[in-house]
Design a binder for this molecule. Structure first.
Ligand code: FAD
Length: 284
């Protein structure tokens, strides 16, 4: 199908882009989600602002203990960054799981999280990493914790005049192990369920556990019950198996043609065990 008519602007500075967005224009990043929605007439913005040409949104920088990633950084740039592979391997690993090479070459981290598809991959990793998301408008900026950014299906804390400008992730100290495990939807590659785990162990016991979930319910979330059940417990397969049973606590399961709620629940427990086991193996 063909889109409704629209105006297209490609500003050369971020302040110009933010001014156009304040006037009601819609941001365009990689177009991997927005353009298909426009073709299907599920979205019909009259004015598009292309963020893809702004160097102010395209970077990966080490700022001592944190890595700052500009919103227009593509999945491929994240996947191929030696800095992220070395200092935040969870984000590197997650990017390698997204779609196919064409999608990874065009799609951006800012576009993905602003879109907030409940089956997208980054949200699980950003939940486990306790990342901060920086939002900018023509009147200022604010940083939001990942847990407060993703509100519901295709719904985030973004105000209409704001854009995602950067994502801030911690660099992992030596003994932290991370892993992302995903059950792929066979046609698109999206996550039927996806689980990101981040763990540390000291003296054979878990001293840090973070678990981020995507695909299971309307929005990504931190599986706090699993984290609390494992903290201080022996770092072994039995503890992981017992705690993983709580991963869906308090959440309603999605049910669709790819997986019923019951099947998704079974997958989620299995993928939680796999992600935690793999993260634990990498933590020592
Ligand atoms: P766009 O499509 O340009 O924009 C998406 C939305 O975000 C729009 O509403 C736009 O206005 C808004 N937006 C864009 N940038 C910003 C910003 N900086 N601030 C505020 N709002 C903004 N994703 C996965 O996670 N896993 C997969 O396995 C996967 N498989 C895919 C397979 C296919 C075939 C396709 C087409 C997509 C797939 N995706 C997958 C989605 C892909 O990751 C997209 O890149 C992503 O959803 C949107 O990013 P984008 O940069 O293309 O944004």
């Amino acid at each position: 199908m063909i889109t409704n008519p629209f105006d297209y602007a490609a500003p050369t500075s971020l302040s110009e882009a933010l001014g156009l967005i304040a006037d009601g224009a819609k941001p365009l990043a990689g177009g991997m989600s927005l353009i298909p929605m426009m073709k299907l007439r599920l979205a019909s913005p009259e004015h598009l602002v292309d963020l893809g040409r702004l160097p102010e949104l395209n970077y990966i920088r080490d700022e001592g203990g944190e890595i700052h990633i500009g919103a227009s950084t593509t999945h491929y740039d994240i996947e191929s960054s030696p800095l992220l592979r070395g200092k935040c391997p969870l984000l590197h690993e997650t990017a390698t799981c997204i779609g196919d090479i064409q999608v990874r070459n065009r799609g951006t981290i800012g576009g993905s999280i602003a879109h907030a598809d409940p089956a997208a991959d980054y949200p699980a990793a950003l939940q486990a990493l306790e990342a901060k998301i920086v939002l900018k408008s023509s009147s200022g900026e604010r940083a939001v914790a990942t847990a407060e950014f993703f509100l519901d299906t295709f719904t985030t804390a973004l105000e209409p005049n704001e854009i995602v400008s950067e994502i801030i992730v911690p660099t992992e100290p030596g003994l932290t192990g991370t892993s992302y495990k995903k059950f792929y939807q066979p046609a698109s590659g999206f996550a039927v369920v996806g689980v990101a785990a981040r763990v540390r162990q000291e003296g054979g016991k878990f001293s840090l556990v973070r678990v981020g979930v995507t695909g299971y319910s309307g929005s990504s979330y931190r599986a706090v019950s699993v984290e609390e059940a494992l903290l201080g417990k022996s770092a072994n397969a039995d503890s992981i198996k017992a705690a993983a049973a709580q991963v869906a606590e308090g959440r309603d399961a999605n049910s669709d043609l790819h997986a019923s709620a019951a099947y998704r629940g079974g997958l989620l427990v299995t993928y939680t065990i796999r992600a935690l086991t793999s993260a634990l193996e990498r933590s020592s």
